[in-house]
Design a protein around this ligand. Structure first.
Ligand SMILES: Cc1cc2nc3c(=O)[nH]c(=O)nc-3n(C[C@H](O)[C@H](O)[C@H](O)COP(=O)(O)OP(=O)(O)OC[C@H]3O[C@@H](n4cnc5c(N)ncnc54)[C@H](O)[C@@H]3O)c2cc1C
Ligand code: FES
Length: 257
């Protein structure tokens, strides 16, 4: 069930270059959250940033009623969220979206940039089911991969960086791990669209199902404004309610190239 609720900031820590980890606590009991679901977060100073900002749930803790977020500062809204102080309140609508299925025995997770955030909860969920995921992380540089520690002990981690400062040098889709891509029965990806398209192409060529999590610009987050729609083989779908996770084979822009 969707809720609209004030959360209290209990941690706000700058990490990487221009990113921050936000941990927020609600007064009521947190219900189960599916990996890949997100919140629509109200930005302080709504006069200048009226629309809420969609942010993935990185992890959550049902004992403490907390949700952790990993956010990259790209504009006015995320800049203001980065300035939130411990004790301040932020209003959220959550949990939104369909989330990832966990119907895989040998999953490969591929994440880039802030798209790594929802893959943490996905890897944790697999681990709770006794499935050890493999995760391939991509970034411009190793110092932009602060979330990699979150996968320690629950997944096998591989890394690609553009500058070669960590893991293999180059793009994730060129990582040597992918020479044995056929050992995986499903691929889950979230990150820059260009990366997800390359991942989906590789999956398609190898007949592996590929789930992609889209980060289309959103407004209402609940299927009312239609500003987030994406074209699928079954017509237009709202990314906020019918996604953000789609099978890549459904999406016109991932196939028609
Ligand atoms: C389902 C979902 C989950 C998301 N999860 C996260 C997350 O966990 N961490 C995180 O840092 N970000 C996440 N995003 C992206 C985040 O919502 C945007 O970066 C944020 O709304 C930008 O707000 P702003 O006011 O800072 O920037 P704006 O001033 O609105 O925009 C600044 C620049 O960023 C671009 N931009 C805005 N929104 C997006 C977007 N959705 N995707 C790509 N570029 C965008 C604009 O075109 C512009 O160039 C997610 C988006 C979606 C749809
Ligand atoms: S954001 Fe309004 S319909 Fe999806």
């Amino acid at each position: 069930m969707k809720r609209i609720e004030d959360f209290t900031i209990i941690e706000n820590k700058a990490v990487d270059q221009g990113s921050f980890i936000l941990v927020a606590q609600c007064a009521s009991r947190l219900e189960n959250i599916q990996p890949g679901q997100f919140v629509n977060m109200q930005v302080p100073d709504t006069q200048h940033t009226f629309l809420r900002r969609p942010i993935s749930i990185c992890t959550f803790n049902k004992e403490k009623n907390t949700i952790k977020f990993y956010i990259r500062k790209v504009g006015n809204g995320t800049e203001k969220l980065s300035a939130l102080k411990v004790g301040e309140k932020v209003n959220m609508v959550y949990p939104l979206g369909n989330g990832f299925d966990t119907d895989s025995k040998s999953p490969l997770l591929i994440g880039g940039g802030c798209g790594i955030a929802p893959l943490v909860l996905l890897a944790q969920t697999f681990a709770q089911k006794g499935v050890r995921a493999t995760i391939l992380l991509g970034a411009k540089s190793g110092n932009l991969l602060s979330l990699k520690e979150d996968f320690a002990g629950i997944a096998d981690v591989y890394i690609s960086t553009d500058d070669g400062s960590m893991g293999e040098k180059g793009l994730v889709v060129n990582h040597s791990l992918l020479q044995k891509v056929n050992t995986f029965d499903k691929i889950y990806t979230c990150g820059p669209t260009v990366m997800m398209k390359a991942v989906a192409k590789l999956a398609r060529e190898n007949n592996i199902p590929c789930m992609v999590s889209l980060e289309n610009t959103m407004a209402c987050g609940v299927g009312a404004c239609l500003c987030c729609v994406t074209k699928t083989h079954e017509g237009h779908k709202c990314v906020c309610t019918e996604g953000p996770v789609f099978n890549a084979l459904e999406l016109d822009e991932f196939i028609d190239e």
